[in-house]
Write a protein that binds this ligand. Structure first.
Ligand SMILES: [Zn+2]
Length: 151
């Protein structure tokens, strides 16, 4: 068994999230609310990657994410790949698609924005998917997806 296979092996059923930029590994875990799951979660950090230098891998046993959950990941790690594992085999590889709208996922960078001053959900329209430009639904300010903070 090669090195690469070793890294993604070892769960019977579940999801292996691969190619996470190393410094985003814990943000991915947070966004997917892995701490609330009753599943077996293994987090690998700073693993060598030929594609992105260093990467993180998260393995979650017996858990399959919805497309909506997966699309949220585009905010922090658009190039990740989700390997769907059944019976120790990768049966599907999913890539992340940036959704047209982000609800309640990231904070607005404008301190005067109503969403930063009232208890309410943020809404952003993704106006340029390729460049990752978001526009706040409430204050209309455009912001770069790499510069917004998760809620
Ligand atoms: Zn705003």
């Amino acid at each position: 068994m090669g090195k690469k296979e070793l890294q993604v092996a070892a769960i019977e059923n579940g999801t292996v999230i691969d190619h996470i930029p190393a410094n985003k590994t814990y943000e991915v875990a947070k966004l997917l609310r892995l701490h609330d799951l009753d599943a077996q979660v293994t987090i690998g950090y700073n693993l060598p990657s030929s594609k992105i230098g260093k990467k993180g891998i998260i393995k979650i046993a017996n858990k399959f994410f919805t497309d909506e959950e997966i699309s949220k990941l585009s905010v922090i790690a658009p190039k990740i790949i989700l390997n769907i594992i059944r019976d120790y085999e990768v049966v599907e590889k999913k890539t992340v698609e940036t959704p047209g709208e982000l609800r309640g996922i990231v904070k607005c960078n404008n301190p005067k924005c109503i969403t930063n001053n009232e208890p309410m959900q943020t809404i952003f329209n993704v106006i340029e998917k390729n460049k990752g430009i978001l526009k706040c639904h409430y204050c209309d300010i455009e912001q770069d997806i790499s510069e917004v903070e998760l809620i």
